[in-house]
Structures are given as structure tokens and as C-alpha cells.
Ligand binder design. Structure first.
Ligand code: NI
Length: 181
């Protein structure tokens, strides 16, 4: 299937699923698909700067990355529509809610590292996209914790995509302006 078709199938499916939850980009009134398409945009630009990159897999994983975590979608549905590789990628990108919060990211990162590097790239792109000005209600401690989590993602996944690792590193540095020491 052509990459453009893979993109369209995934964005239509994911948008409908997140609309069902009336999910917005946190701290805004924007529909959640804005976050998904920003992650996909990072992936497209990374693909121009990465050798041997499976763009179709990375784009579908990017667009679908929160469907298991945040919507009614289940693994079987993803597998039947998008195939086992994409479904497994999205599953690795999904936090296990049964684990304590501080363990769930470590656990997800370990599962991502068992996947093709395109899936590592999606996690890097997700955090790049999320390192925006923090919501007004976040206190300093929360911002520091968010930056520390970004540093963990970078240190665990930087070998997966050099271009996105550099971008994330820069975003983490820039996030300093929101933090008071
Ligand atoms: Ni995300």
C-alpha cells in the first residue's frame, strides 16, 4: 500500500476514536488529532534525515500511538485493520495502567526497545511534540518531573534515531525557561 494511503487510513481511524472520547490536546481546546499529526510531522521530517527508514510503519504507529491508552480500541481491532507489526508497536507505546506510575514509563521504554527503531522514533517524536509551554496549573515540581522523564526517554532511546535524539535534546534544554531553580 502507498505511504499516503497508510497515512490516511491511520489518521481517519485514530481521529474518530479520539473524537469518541471528546479528547483534546491537554490544556487547549484543540482536537487530539492535532497532537497526532504533529507527531507524524516529526516522523516525516526525521525520515528525510534517516537511512533505511520504514516510513509506513512509523507513520501508522505515530498516528495510532494513543488509541490503546486513551480510547476504546483494543489490540485485536488494531491487528485486524493495520496488521500485527503496527498493533504490537502501538502496544509497546502504551503504558501498563496496572503498574505504579513511576514504573510504567520504564516498562514501556523496555518494550519499545524490543521493537524496530521506527517505534523508538515515534516515542522520541511524541516527547518532542509534548515539550511545549507547560499548562498554567503545573507547579515547578511537576515541570521538573516532566523534564526528568524526557531525559529518561532520551537516554534510553537515543540510539534509535540520531536526528530525533538531537531534536529532543534541544527541546529539553529549551524547557529550562519554564523552570525556576
Ligand atoms: Ni502522545
Amino acid at each position: 500500500m502507498k505511504t499516503q494511503t497508510l497515512y490516511q487510513e491511520a489518521i481517519k481511524f485514530a481521529t474518530a476514536k479520539h473524537v469518541d472520547q471528546d479528547q483534546k490536546v491537554p490544556g487547549t481546546n484543540l482536537p487530539y488529532v492535532v497532537h497526532l499529526s504533529n507527531v507524524a510531522m516529526e516522523i516525516m521530517i526525521a525520515s528525510c534525515n534517516t537511512d533505511n527508514f520504514n516510513l509506513g510503519l512509523a507513520l501508522q504507529a505515530a498516528l495510532l500511538h494513543d488509541t490503546l491508552e486513551d480510547t476504546s480500541t483494543d489490540f485485536a481491532e488494531l491487528e485486524s485493520k493495520f496488521g500485527i507489526e503496527v498493533a504490537t508497536a502501538v502496544s509497546a507505546l502504551t503504558k501498563n495502567n496496572e503498574l505504579p506510575k513511576e514504573q510504567s514509563m520504564v516498562d514501556s521504554l523496555a518494550r519499545i526497545k524490543e521493537m524496530p527503531t521506527e517505534v523508538w522514533a515515534v516515542k522520541l517524536a511524541d516527547r518532542i511534540t509534548n515539550l511545549q509551554p507547560p499548562p498554567a496549573h503545573w507547579d515547578n515540581e511537576r515541570k521538573i518531573a516532566y523534564r526528568e522523564e524526557a531525559r529518561l526517554i532520551l537516554s534510553e532511546l537515543k540510539e534509535g534515531n540520531e536526528y530525533l535524539a538531537k531534536r529532543l535534546e534541544k527541546k529539553i534544554d529549551e524547557y529550562q525557561i519554564y523552570i525556576t531553580n
